[in-house]
Design a protein around this ligand. Structure first.
Ligand SMILES: C[S@@+](CC[C@H](N)C(=O)[O-])C[C@H]1O[C@@H](n2cnc3c(N)ncnc32)[C@H](O)[C@@H]1O
Length: 398
């Protein structure tokens, strides 16, 4: 443990806190990174290895606690004086001895407090476990990914360590029998959890339209009764468009939500037209001002992304329409932990990829598109990429 390094990190943390004690933005991301570095600097190498080895049981315990509905009980009745393991056992029907063991992990993870033996008190982190991001996101993502992740090393060994690039033969298909979206379609409860998680996972983060220069899109829009301003492709049940429409009631043109028919059937949101559509087919809405994709391309390997892009390009007015992509743009060095891990998760469940700027440039170029600009408020959040047909390139292709 190099004391000078630890002191230097602590000083940087102090400085960062005095600069920007906010919950988003570059300063916030830098602070989290420094805290990770500090932990690594303090841990011995053996402690680091042990911490990593014992992550899976933590996740399994958390999944079980969510299953038992312990956090809502704790938040309701355990705010002030806390709730005993015996009380929780009565409420959940689980063995008290098991509750003690599970809650020990929750306390160690900082998801609740325990100031006396076998008594647990809720905190703001417990509350987040009762909201869709925790309550729905944890079981959905655990059940969707863990069976495949457990077998990923075996898959990669058996496939001679070839980078997975086929959605139809992804690690998940090999381990579980279906890739991500087929599995969700067959597991109704998980599809509902997934939809809920999608709508909640960016809580507190800036909206894309607060970061991207929307005025540049609005300004050049040609308005007529049928004109389409924005198409949200793969927009799930419209949570993102809903927020957009709530803040931009007077955009020049129609606003359309597209997703698989089963996902959008029954969705009814004011100011938004809904259309069942697969982006693996040519885009039926021609000449829209903007075709918007959020968290779509990271689900898919390059050749399918290229197909989705070409299907979109086929509908674009080359000098008027734009594509707006919201996804991570991985830095070439020091990619944040969550994004690096998510890349492995995407690889596992559908041969998907989190991409660097170079990978985005190459992918977009493969569909005759070029990047106009990339906007980002922090390395911890998705970037916004604007792409347009590369007219020189398209002429060359003709
Ligand atoms: C990771 S979610 C992103 C949802 C939303 N854009 C967001 O950022 O919250 C991917 C979405 O793609 C949709 N999807 C999957 N396959 C599709 C297809 N072939 N055509 C259209 N949408 C599809 C899924 O139903 C899901 O809503």
């Amino acid at each position: 443990m190099a004391a000078a390094h630890i002191v230097s990190l602590t000083d940087q943390i102090k400085q960062e806190v005095s600069f920007e004690p906010s919950t988003s933005g570059h300063g916030h991301a830098r602070l989290l990174q420094l805290v990770d570095e500090l932990k690594l600097a303090i841990e011995t190498p053996t402690e680091t290895v042990l911490r990593l080895i014992y992550q899976p049981p933590e996740n399994a315990a958390l999944r079980t606690v969510v299953d038992l509905g312990i956090f809502p009980i704790l938040v309701k009745d355990g705010k002030k004086d806390g709730l005993s393991a015996a009380d929780i056992a009565v409420c959940t029907g689980a063995d008290k001895g098991l509750i003690v063991r599970l809650m020990r992990v929750m306390t160690a993870l900082g998801l609740c407090e325990s100031t006396e033996a076998e008594v647990y008190r809720s905190t703001d982190k417990s509350i987040s476990m009762t909201q869709p991001i925790g309550q729905d996101g944890i079981p959905c993502i655990y059940d969707l990914t863990v069976p495949t992740l457990a077998k990923l090393p075996e898959y990669l060994r058996e496939h001679n360590y070839i980078n997975p690039e086929e959605y139809s033969s992804s690690p998940m298909k090999w381990a579980v029998g279906q890739s991500q979206f087929e599995w969700l379609a067959r597991n109704k409860r998980h599809q509902a959890l997934f939809n809920s998680y999608m709508s909640s996972r960016r809580e507190g983060k800036p909206n894309w339209f607060d970061v991207y220069p929307l005025a540049s899109l609005v300004d050049g829009t040609v308005s007529h009764p049928d004109s389409v301003f924005l198409v949200d492709i793969g927009g799930n049940q419209g949570h993102d468009l809903d927020r957009f429409v709530a803040q931009h009631k007077t955009v020049p043109g129609r606003v359309i939500l597209q997703d698989l028919p089963k996902i959008v059937s029954g969705v009814n949101r004011p100011g938004i037209e809904t259309m069942g559509y697969s982006f693996l087919d040519p885009q039926p809405i021609k000449g829209a001002r903007a075709y918007y994709f959020r968290a779509i391309f990271h689900d898919w390997p390059d050749h399918i992304c290229q197909k989705i892009l070409l299907n979109t390009v086929s509908a674009m007015d080359p000098t008027y329409s734009r594509i707006i992509i919201v996804d991570f743009v991985l830095p070439d060095t020091n990619a944040p932990r969550m994004q690096s891990a998510m890349d492995i998760q995407m690889m596992s469940i559908g041969a998907g990829v989190e991409r660097s700027k170079r990978q985005w440039t190459e992918l977009l170029a493969s569909a005759g598109l070029k990047i106009n600009g990339i906007w980002n408020t922090s390395p911890g959040v998705e970037s916004i990429i604007e792409a347009v047909p590369d007219l020189g390139e398209l002429e060359g292709l003709e």
